[in-house]
Design a protein around this ligand. Structure first.
Ligand SMILES: Cc1ncc(C[n+]2csc(CCOP(=O)(O)OP(=O)(O)O)c2C)c(N)n1
Ligand code: SF4
Length: 245
């Protein structure tokens, strides 16, 4: 008799159906993080600190401790939670508007203090939730509602967060990943686990940036949007910037 082997399943942490748009990478990234937490046996220890943006709906389907915090302040809240509950595993989940726009202050000072938390940074080069305004990471030439003719350098040159954090000595793990192919998705999954392990081992600040998509506001099909993410990786190279020693 043929033996059945289950190779894919939904993480138990995730309840209900995602409300992200069809084809949005937020759903896949949520699943990868939830899978990693389960495979490391951290479900009862985790506190998800959820930023403002499309991710703010996450609390509806995360069956762990979770908190949605004011725009840009996720790493400040995570710092407080981790210092008061050092036995918990605290991660932030933030878009590029949240982390690299309004939250830029925390985005530099939290890693610079070497807080023992993990940040997952979702860089889709746009403000998705509010209808497609330009973000600090919007590529030059890209059309958004606030850069209708295409972004020019006088509107700000796209900020590379991993490269900025690499100038700091305190962070222990920094990696940029993307989800435009199965191979890259598997690398993303490994990066998430590595980042969480850094925290479990008490090593300090870990950071994973995901190049992500927004088919709705980019006005692309999901497949076209993944091709655009591949193009983004020319400007935002996919690599490990800092390995835990
Ligand atoms: C203090 C404050 N300013 C502005 C807003 C409006 N706002 C909500 S989400 C958002 C941008 C979110 O973009 P991003 O972080 O890139 O996440 P995405 O929706 O693309 O995933 C803004 C400006 C707010 N909620 N609070
Ligand atoms: S608006 Fe964009 S980022 Fe937000 S859920 Fe839809 S596709 Fe994803």
């Amino acid at each position: 008799m043929l033996k059945e082997k289950k190779i894919l399943s939904r993480p138990e942490i995730l309840t209900g159906a995602f409300t992200f748009c069809a084809g949005c990478n937020h759903g896949t990234i949520n699943k990868l993080i939830a899978e990693s937490i389960e495979s490391l046996g951290l479900r009862e220890k985790v506190i998800a600190v959820i930023g403002v943006g499309c991710c703010s709906t996450m609390y509806n389907f995360w069956d762990t401790d979770a908190i949605v915090v004011p725009h840009g302040r996720a790493q400040a809240v995570a710092t407080g939670l981790k210092r008061v509950h050092p036995d918990k595993i605290v991660f932030t989940y933030q878009g590029d508007g949240d982390l690299a726009g309004i939250g830029m202050h925390e985005a530099i000072h939290t890693p610079n203090r070497g807080e023992n938390i993990t940040t997952f940074f979702i860089n889709n080069g746009i403000y998705g939730m509010t209808g497609g305004q330009g973000a600090p990471t919007t590529l030059l030439g890209a059309k958004t509602t606030t850069t209708p003719l295409g972004r020019v350098a006088s509107e700000g040159v796209p900020i590379r967060m991993c490269e900025l954090l690499e100038t700091l000595s305190a962070p222990v793990f920094i990696q940029r990943v993307a989800l435009f192919s199965p191979a890259e998705t598997m690398k993303a999954r490994k990066a998430i686990e590595k980042a969480l392990k850094c925290q479990v081992e008490g090593r300090g600040f870990s950071f994973v940036e995901f190049l992500s998509n927004c088919p709705t506001n980019w006005k692309m099909t999901p497949l076209e949007s993944l091709e655009y993410v591949r193009k983004m990786s020319d400007y935002f190279p996919l690599k490990v910037f800092r390995e835990p020693q």
